[in-house]
Design a protein around this ligand. Structure first.
Ligand code: C2O
Length: 538
């Protein structure tokens, strides 16, 4: 068994983008942060030392954390934050997973600058289920604000209205050669992937943006999708990929041109945009032997509201479901849940959430506790949470009809309890109250199968008949379509407390989050391990 040691120093670093310099929170002074490499089966120890004035915690997004919820990272869910001057060692073993994931800060909006890639290689000697690429590279996508991110958070929380969209998107930290402030439009302003004609490259694409779903494409090249969220898929070719915050996609790029520089473009996707955002990040694919380094090709990226492009892409995703990598879809369901996912302005002026934007799941706007939920669960501390989260919407209305007059949200730290190894189906129904918008919903601690999706109201009689229980895509973050629904299934085989939330950070801030508590099983290896001794206290 191999143990890999990492040290993450949380430090401020002056960073220049868009012709302006500002101090940002980083890991080891790097933006994006360091890539964490491991193999399936390895144990990873990351010592995080907090040298900044903010509370910090780091989440290993998509790592299952079997029995080690203490290392999952969301602040106040599985741990108290690492306070200034303190440190904490995240200790986990990567079991039954290989592929690309990401790590990011998981407290307020710190993940705007504190994020990086996780590359989990297959066990030594185990090949990929596709031809070995000549080279592999990470392309991590993000957002950049000229102003201080703290100011942006305050805008969203205090005013209760949408914060400004970011000033740039980034690829490996850079807006790229076509950004408004690139002085000479030279490739120095962005990331360049150097390729040799005829070779195939694997791009590990990660969406680490705070609030934007993104399109990704490369001029005059097609991409073969082979993996999403660290699970293999049936390979398919596409011009454009769509990727939500928290998602990862591995694609093969064959350098099938002879010479030239080709633009890589990343542009926002939003089904019904409230604010226009056409900011495009770019990078360059440079063929060896080409004399210049500036991209000469033009690229047309999909319009911001190109929903059909997004739908075509997500509809094509299927689990590989091979002998070695079977899709173990739960065929029976112990807990059948219907969760409404909504966002709106509560018109009731005297209500606790009156006249500001609130977001909720099943009419509960989640309130962050001041003690970590996992500690409260493990040590039986009462008064921190209740386990009465509604399994069905308490307030019925027509999800596609006129907006209800009141959101009728309640506030609470309510969890849904699952017994060990029970099977769970959650239908996530977007209720599109003010502005219809996709919600990339992320579940910690599990991969789930996306067994069905549709527009309009979910029909519990008809829709399950069309579910794919054979080779549905398996992932940890799924986009719930605007004015539609998505059905997921998973087996509750991981004891602990597991956060589920919209991965658009602004929606999480407004309350679009909840958590499951999974009890211990009776067998060996079916219990949450005791907390590590250095677990931070609140
Ligand atoms: Cu990537 Cu709870 O988040």
């Amino acid at each position: 068994c191999i143990v890999r040691h990492y040290k993450f120093n949380v430090v401020m670093k002056n960073t220049t983008r868009l012709c302006a310099t500002k101090p940002i929170v980083t890991i080891n002074g790097k933006f994006p942060g360091p890539t964490l490499y491991a193999r399936e089966g390895d144990t990873v120890l990351v010592k995080v030392v907090n040298h900044v004035k903010y509370n910090v915690s780091i989440h290993w997004h998509g790592i299952r954390q079997l029995q080690t919820g203490w290392a999952d990272g969301p602040a106040y869910i599985t741990q108290c934050p690492i306070q200034p001057g303190q440190n904490y060692i995240y200790n986990f073993t990567i079991t039954g997973q290989r592929g690309t994931l990401l790590w990011h800060a998981h407290i307020l909006w710190l993940r705007a600058t504190v994020y990086g890639a996780i590359v989990v290689l297959p066990k030594r000697g185990v090949p990929y289920p596709f031809p070995k690429p000549h080279k592999e590279v990470v392309m991590i996508l993000g957002e950049w604000w000229k102003s201080d991110v703290e100011a942006v958070i305050n805008e969203a929380t205090k005013s209760g209205f949408a914060p400004n969209v970011s000033d740039a998107h980034t690829i490996n930290g850079y807006p790229g050669p076509l950004s408004s402030c690139s002085s000479k439009s030279s490739s120095k302003d962005g990331y360049t992937l150097k390729v040799k004609a005829g070779k195939t490259y694997m791009l590990r694409i990660i969406n680490a943006a705070l609030n934007e779903e993104l399109f990704f494409k490369i001029a005059k090249h097609r991409l073969t999708v082979v993996e999403v969220d660290a699970t293999y898929v049936k390979p398919f070719k596409t011009n454009t990929i769509v990727i939500s915050p928290g998602q990862t996609t591995n694609v093969l790029l064959t350098a099938d041109r002879t010479l030239g520089n080709y633009l890589v473009s990343v542009s926002p996707f939003m089904d019904s945009p409230i604010a226009v955002d056409n900011i495009t990040a770019t990078a360059t694919v440079h063929y060896s032997g080409t004399l210049t380094t500036s991209p000469t090709t033009l690229i047309t990226h999909p319009p911001q509201n190109a929903t059909p492009v997004a739908t075509n892409f997500t509809d094509a995703l299927r689990s590989l479901n091979s002998k070695l990598y079977p899709a173990n879809v739960p065929l029976t369901v112990d807990h059948s849940l219907l969760f409404t996912v909504s966002l709106g302005i509560n018109p009731c002026l005297t209500c606790p959430n009156g006249n500001k934007v609130v977001a909720d799941i099943n009419n509960v706007s989640f309130v962050m506790p001041t003690t970590a939920l996992l500690q409260a669960h493990f040590f039986n501390i009462s008064g921190v949470f209740t386990d009465d989260f509604p399994g069905n919407p308490p307030v019925a209305f027509n999800y596609t009809g006129a907006p209800p007059t009141s959101l009728q949200t309640t506030n609470g730290t309510r969890l849904y309890r699952l017994s060990y190894n029970s099977t769970v189906q959650v239908v996530l129904q977007d209720t599109g109250i003010i502005a219809p918008e996709n919600h990339p919903i992320h579940l910690h601690g599990f991969n789930f199968f996306v067994v069905g999706t549709g527009l309009g109201n979910y029909n519990p009689k008809k829709d399950p008949k069309k579910f794919n229980l054979v080779d549905p895509v398996e992932r940890n973050t799924v986009g719930v379509p605007t004015g539609g629904w998505t059905a997921i299934r998973f087996r509750a085989d991981n004891p602990g407390v597991w956060f589920m939330h919209c991965h658009l950070e602004v929606h999480t801030t407004w309350g679009l989050k909840m958590a499951f508590v999974v009890d211990n099983g009776k067998g060996p290896n079916e219990s949450l391990l005791p907390p590590p001794r250095d677990l931070p206290t609140c």
